[in-house]
Design a protein around this ligand. Sequence first.
Ligand SMILES: C[S@@+](CC[C@H](N)C(=O)[O-])C[C@H]1O[C@@H](n2cnc3c(N)ncnc32)[C@H](O)[C@@H]1O
Length: 436
Amino acid sequence: MTPAARLSAAIELLCAIESAPRRPADAVANAFFRDRRFIGGGDRRAISALTWATLRGWRRLNWHLRDVPGGASPRLLVAAAILLADAAGDVPQQGFSEVSALFDGSRFAPDPLSPREALALQSVARSTLDDPAMPRAIRFEIPEWLEPALGAQFGDAFETEMAALLQPAPLDLRVNLLRGTRDEAARALRREKLAATPTPLSPWGLRLAGRQPITAASAFKSGLVEIQDEGSQLIAAAVSAGPDMRVLDYCAGAGGKTLALAMCMDNRGHIVACDVSEARLEGAVKRLRRAGVHNAERHLLVSGDKWAKRRAGSFDRVLVDAPCSGTGTWRRNPDARRRFSENDLAELRVKQSEILDRAAGLVRPGGRLVYATCSLLAAENADQVRAFLSRRPDYTMGAVDGPNWPAALDGAGMVSLTPAQHETDGFFVCVLQRAA
Ligand SMILES: C[S@@+](CC[C@H](N)C(=O)[O-])C[C@H]1O[C@@H](n2cnc3c(N)ncnc32)[C@H](O)[C@@H]1O
């Protein structure tokens, strides 16, 4: 595709994302590319990078274009994202004359800029994406209502933490030790010209430089590596699941952590992967097969189900990877910043405490309940844990440890991982120990 055709496709994709405001942008993008199989891998990555740069700078780009009558259109926003591209990002920055030349109206190119659009972009081209006159919530792309809570929580570290959350995330892989070692996986990737380096904290992690086509690699197809952020790998390590244990992954989704737990258990013992979403649990089937996991069964949780009652107090480890705001993954899902409301947070908090209470009954005396989120918000993390401990005197806070937990990380109580401090997505994890 020509650069103009890529630009045109990015504008089209942004329009599709905007017309489905409740749908995650990556789901819209997957459908968009599925319908356009003629778009090759390199073009697809360039189109996605441009669209994601626009989503990542959304509030700032709109701030720069605030005087455009009727508000900034997707084509202006995408053009502004190129003009103001960050040198460290994956979109090459271009000047006004280069960008306006792409809008030439030829076949597959966007229509020419109107005089008004050209004027707006010319003034943007003289700026930088961040501007000292921007209000803090715009500068850091966070909802206004959430800024006070985040400000109070992070204090002096607020700007560093929020700035790190604006950067594109690396692509991390977890090596599946059921299929081979980390060295073998790195070598297999290198043979396919994919450069990966060990992650600093997870013993199974490999980090890919830039955007590389991992799902086409044979190391991925054969189940030797799985895509998983290093922080998410550490949540699985915090469960300290061992061979021959009975382990429950209570909010298993499509099995990201189930796979890592099965590996920690050397494919022995028994894991039950539960969820309330049939579609998500179904998504685990292919992944479990690819990874060679055969100690896991899936169970769909439905209301009135006697399943949990029959298994009360029977699991050595129960992981609650709770449904949450996903604020810790805003590097990957910048569109989620706009969708997240106060009402969503209130509903999530109720759901999290209900899930914790249900899951707590499934842990055997002396066993462990591990509570985790990919949220940065105390309301979903420390506050939930404290409230739980006050409801359940048979539980105490344990240390986050285990054979795969990195010695470099203090696991003394509640552990928070952040992009600024750990170069992972934002995660929270806490071990709750049930009295014997
Ligand atoms: C953070 S996601 C889990 C991600 C998954 N553990 C992984 O590593 O890929 C949270 C999951 O909780 C599930 N969930 C929501 N409400 C639930 C409930 N009441 N009981 C169990 N799971 C629930 C959601 O369907 C979602 O799949």
